[in-house]
Design a protein around this ligand. Structure first.
Ligand code: AMP
Ligand code: GLY
Length: 430
């Protein structure tokens, strides 16, 4: 079989790495891939980004199944396009991807279907938004409605910060948020306290299979300080997701979401990622939905997956009203996996490109350096984006995985590199 992974980040490298291990797979194509997938003979990078051209290419290559990594192509309708031409693809349709691409859509969806989430209101009128901030007081959370690559959320500890965020998101057009239909909009919501976890499942329109749990570190700096990022590191499993919390997340969040989408006439297919806030009593609230795997959560999760991912994708994309994920049992490595993201100078605001990367080790079964923002220039590996690498390690104990990942990271050099020194700290403490 030939398979295709769409995207070029660390998550896509991890998906491609896992797919390449299948004895059924002859070739893994990655579109567009990165400096790491280009180096590796198991992969072939395809430089086509336009959706109709990619679909035509996939049809001519007889790609057996395609898996979509990032939210951009999903929100642009890549799944609809592939399916309309009879191609198997794992991901949500454009309509279903609104669970991520529109905060207003996902919040009203959750309200309508009784899915626990923070209380909220949506605004496009700045005066009303400011009045709401004054009425509710701080702390309070302001979110831009459109896709903003993880930069559209301000957790305001003072009312002034919330007012500034409203002005920034509604008045200025500097954020780089892709506004949804109807123009700029913000969601303002109740501040939730607790511990976050990433709860990711695979859905075939009806059936659901949960992936191993994980936890991400969103802030740039150790101690959860500094600006929000796409994620500076992750590990799996997340001890905060006890069997009881797991059952509640499935019962109260995931299943009502899948049933609700079915009922609303937009059946959900693809990875579904619920960002959960878990309180001290084990109560679960949904912070957000992503319609894809997490990055960097995918890197540790893929390292722990023992089941052949191609079999799972084929089951999930079986033609018909829904797939056969009900027949799939995922097997996980009992060890834990931990990934440390190495980011470029200036990330997240203004990442510098073109720094030469040296000291990469040879991958082993239990230590893999996944690439993200890397490129090959004149035979040299260089940085080409904000998050550059994710050093991912499997070990018996999270502490050991952490130590080993940091040993490997210490041997890798590029100018301006930044990484957190405390990835996994919550799990180490437990
Ligand atoms: P989101 O993209 O909606 O997940 O928000 C990004 C990050 O902001 C989350 O991972 C949380 O750390 C934080 N956050 C979002 N919503 C809330 C909330 N209602 N209360 C507290 N923190 C939040
Ligand atoms: N790591 C968070 C995300 O993928 O959205």
């Amino acid at each position: 079989m030939k398979v295709l992974v769409i995207g070029g980040g660390g998550r896509e490298h991890a998906l491609a790495w896992k797919l390449a291990q299948s004895p059924k797979v002859q070739k893994v194509f990655v579109a567009p891939g990165n400096g790491g997938t280009l180096l590796d003979s198991r992969f072939e990078c395809i430089n086509i980004t336009q959706v109709p051209s990619l679909r035509a290419w996939a049809a001519s290559e007889k790609i057996a199944v395609t898996v979509v990594g990032p939210e951009g192509p999903l929100a642009a309708g890549v799944v609809d396009e592939f399916r309309a031409h009879g191609l198997r693809v794992f991901g949500p349709t454009q309509a279903a991807a609104q669970l991520e691409s529109s905060k207003a859509f996902s919040k009203t969806f959750m309200k309508r279907h009784g899915i626990p989430t923070a209380a909220f209101e949506a605004f496009s009128d700045p005066a009303k938004a400011h009045a709401y901030v004054d009425a509710m007081g701080a702390p309070i959370v302001v979110k831009a409605d459109g896709l903003a690559a993880g930069k559209g959320v301000v957790v305001a500890m003072t009312a002034q910060e919330a007012h500034d965020a409203v002005d920034f998101m509604l008045l200025d057009n500097t954020l780089g948020v892709a506004h949804n239909q109807g123009g700029a909009r913000v969601v303002i919501e109740e501040f939730l306290q607790g511990e976050e976890a990433s709860f990711i499942v695979m859905v075939d329109g009806k059936n659901v299979v949960a992936l191993a749990t994980s936890q991400d570190h969103k802030r740039l700096l150790a101690g959860d300080l500094g600006p929000n990022t796409g994620g500076m590191g992750a590990y799996s499993p997340a001890p905060v997701v006890t069997p009881d919390v797991h059952a509640r997340a499935m019962r109260e969040v995931i299943l009502p979401t899948v049933r609700g989408m079915e009922k609303d006439g937009i059946p959900y297919t693809g990875f579904l990622y619920a960002g959960l806030m878990i309180d001290a009593q084990g109560g679960v609230k949904t912070l957000e939905f992503n319609c894809r795997m997490g990055d960097p959560e995918a890197q540790p999760i893929m390292m722990r997956l023992k089941t052949d991912l191609v079999d799972v994708l084929m089951a999930a994309t079986e033609p018909g009203p829904h797939g056969r994920l009900d027949q799939v049992d995922l097997e996980w490595d009992r060890r834990c996996a931990l990934g440390v993201v190495m980011a470029a100078q200036g990330y997240p605001a203004n990442p510098r490109k073109g720094d030469v990367i040296t000291g990469l080790p040879v991958d082993t079964d239990d230590a893999v350096v996944f690439h993200a923002g890397t490129q090959q220039v004149d035979g040299k590996l260089q940085t080409s984006g904000g998050r550059v690498l994710c050093v991912t390690v499997l070990a018996d104990k999270v502490k050991l995985a952490q130590q080993r990942a940091y040993e490997i990271a210490a041997g890798i050099q590029f100018d301006g590199q930044q990484y957190r020194t405390d990835i996994g700290h919550r799990a180490v403490k437990r």
